[in-house]
Design a binder for this molecule. Sequence first.
Ligand code: GDP
Length: 151
Amino acid sequence: MAIERTLIIVKPDGVQRGLVGQVIARFEARGLRIAGLKLMHISRELAEQHYAEHKHKPFYESTVKYITSSPVVVMVLEGPDAIAAARATLGATNPLNAQPGTIRADFGLNISRNIAHGSDKLETAEREIALYFKPEELLSYQRAGDVWLIE
Ligand code: GDP
């Protein structure tokens, strides 16, 4: 059980639909700790870096347009196995295939409007965190309740 950091983005639809608080609340309730958080408008250049692995896929252009269409909330969450835990809380990429109880199933219907992003593995998390945050914007601290979450 490694303590990891993962990048989460509440995408433009999540912000526009007023779901930011509910999305963060689910990660917080699970026990993940916020290490960094901000509202920003992703530039085309940053979106191209973020989605570089999808460059030749048919959904690339629409996905870049979607993530740059309106402000997003980006955050770094920290905790034991944070990457897999956050992905499980997010649910499958396509909300129609996501399990009820996950963010994407409970708030979404369409793969091209899937509310939030989460890093998929350690190397991706490190790369994505560096795209959105300077090291000094991320804080390490203990919460009073952490002893009740992590043995
Ligand atoms: P994720 O890690 O679960 O977000 O999934 P991927 O890395 O495979 O895809 C990145 C993002 O591209 C997804 O969150 C969707 O917004 C979008 N996307 C992926 N696959 C498709 C697809 O088949 N159609 C459309 N329209 N968008 C897609």
